[in-house]
Design a protein around this ligand. Structure first.
Ligand code: NAP
Length: 288
């Protein structure tokens, strides 16, 4: 069985490639660049070149795959890119599509509109599909704060007192990898929403991180305007700000990221990773 993983150099894709490779599954790891494809190739992983903006680049790859893990970056073309991939997979007779979605209730914003376009296409295709839907991820939120934590033990954001069921990347990858190795019918048309074990405010997250490292980490809450000015000053690309950062903090502040589920425990039989456990595991990354 060969599994095509799109976005294979990105955060989710690269981790799914590693998880599948570790258990001996044959993986086709897709990237747009020849040199990345070469770097990805080792053991049972073959780096392959494809571009979701170029439908012609996909049929030959899909012919070699039995299943697809579909992930694409948060971008105004996410919907069209994923529809292109689903069309190519369907034409090639792929047996399962596992799409990365999300568990934050974005409800009609630009990111959700793009994801809905992709989900609507899945709803009309005959290939069994499953959505793997992480709550907002610890690696994105907390590793994204690494410089401030290292230098002044501070994190910055605009999440107010919104509760967040933040989830560890490893937990999401374990669920995705399990689904990709299971009978496609087992979770057919399911939306597997994966979260941490509890919903905490950013202040409470800072407290849990502090407890895990015996240092005081402080969360500094800002208005959305102050926060975006700070990010722009640090060189964050303006065109990516809304879809990659601001819409997430807005939903957190509005309580739309507070969902907590037992999906991880149900699928794997293990408890979901807490902020405290995640921090203890990652102390080295923060030089603590
Ligand atoms: N971060 C979170 O907390 C979170 C939570 C829930 C859901 N999500 C979802 O996660 C997804 C993003 O995943 P990610 O963070 O792993 O993505 P990512 O790291 O931003 O990007 C994935 C890869 O996509 C490839 N790519 C870019 N444009 C492409 C194109 N036109 N065709 C083919 N590949 C292209 C790039 O690889 P190459 O340059 O090598 O081609 C890139 O490394 C989104 O759907 C988002 O909604 C994120």
């Amino acid at each position: 069985m060969a599994i095509l993983v799109t976005g294979a150099t990105g955060m989710f894709g690269s981790a799914v490639v590693s998880a599948l490779a570790q258990v001996g599954v044959e993986v086709l790891a897709m990237t747009r660049s020849e040199s990345s494809a070469e770097k990805l190739t080792h053991g049972n992983v073959t780096g392959v070149v494809g571009n979701l903006d170029d439908p012609e680049s996909l049929p030959a790859l899909m012919q070699r795959a039995d299943r697809m893990f579909l992930v694409s970056p948060m971008h105004p073309s996410l919907g069209q890119r994923e529809v292109t991939a689903i069309n190519a997979a369907t034409s090639a007779g792929i047996k399962q599509i596992v799409k990365l979605y999300g568990a934050v209730r974005h409800e009609g914003d630009q990111l959700d509109t793009q994801h809905q376009m992709s989900i609507e296409r899945l709803n009309t295709c005959e290939v069994p599909w499953t959505l793997v839907s992480p709550q907002t991820v610890m690696e994105t939120n907390l590793l994204g704060q690494i410089d401030g934590i290292k230098s002044e033990r501070s994190m910055y954001g605009a999440a107010g007192n919104g509760r967040i069921g933040m989830v560890a990347l490893d937990d999401c990858i374990e669920v995705a990898s399990t689904v990709l190795q299971s009978d496609p019918k087992q979770w057919e048309s399911a939306n597997l929403e994966i979260t941490g074990p509890s919903a905490l405010t950013y202040n409470e997250i800072a407290t849990e991180m502090s407890r895990a490292c015996n240092e005081t980490i402080t969360y500094v809450d800002m208005s959305e305007e102050e926060f975006s000015s700070m990010l722009l000053e640090y060189g964050f690309p303006e065109e990516d700000l809304e879809m990659q950062v601001l819409c997430h903090f807005r939903q957190m502040r509005n309580g739309k990221a507070s969902l907590v589920t037992d999906t991880f425990e149900k699928v794997t039989g293990k408890p979901a990773t807490s902020i405290y456990d995640w921090m203890q595991k990652n102390l080295d990354l923060f030089d603590i």
